[in-house]
Design a protein. Structure first.
Length: 182
């Protein structure tokens, strides 16, 4: 009985957090990040999973102009302060749901660490973006490098977390199919 309650709780949490994360993600993609790209003619920092150079960062900041940089700080960053936590909570809830269904705890723990690491890297990236915008035009090459590396790490860990969830779902599906075959 206790396992069933935990399973349902994790499922509800995953749905709730997933809905909120998806809503914020769509708002960022179709509104704030799209507006930043229109203003600058360049891809925003958040849309560069391979990172960016000092020259690319300065080109974006320059192309944004004062009002675009304010928009980034006032519109995009607040949304991107909510999104990483919601995404991590979604992934952790899904992983815990899979764990309550008998998926190997080591796989679940790896996925949880990937999820937390991805959110942490996203917050480091956001801090770097804020520092770059606030210090413009005296942006430090070290700040750009740190934000860029955080972006790359975030992308890699997010991919790892999502793949871990998918792998867990595949294991669970095969486990169920095997149980029904008996």
């Amino acid at each position: 009985m206790k396992i069933t309650i935990a399973t349902k709780q994790y499922g509800r949490q995953a749905a709730l957090f997933g809905f909120a994360a998806s809503a914020i993600y769509l708002l960022m993609i179709f509104v704030t990040l799209a507006h930043i790209e229109v203003l600058s003619g360049l891809r925003p920092f958040d849309m560069r999973p391979g990172g960016y150079s000092d020259e690319q960062a300065n080109s974006l900041l320059s192309a944004l102009g004062p009002s675009g940089r304010r928009y980034y700080l006032a519109r995009q960053i607040p949304l991107d302060l909510m999104y990483p936590a919601l995404m991590a909570l979604t992934l952790v809830s899904l992983l815990n749901w899979l764990g309550s269904r008998g998926i190997d705890r080591r796989l679940i723990q790896i996925g949880i660490w990937f999820s937390i690491g991805a959110a942490s890297a996203d917050y480091i990236e956001n801090t770097g973006i804020c520092l770059m915008i606030l210090s413009w035009p005296e942006t430090s090459a070290n700040t750009v490098l740190a934000a860029s590396v955080a972006s790359i790490v975030k992308s890699g860990l997010t991919t790892g977390a999502v793949l871990t969830v998918l792998l867990g779902a595949i294991f669970w599906t095969f486990k169920r199919a095997h149980a029904y075959a008996r």
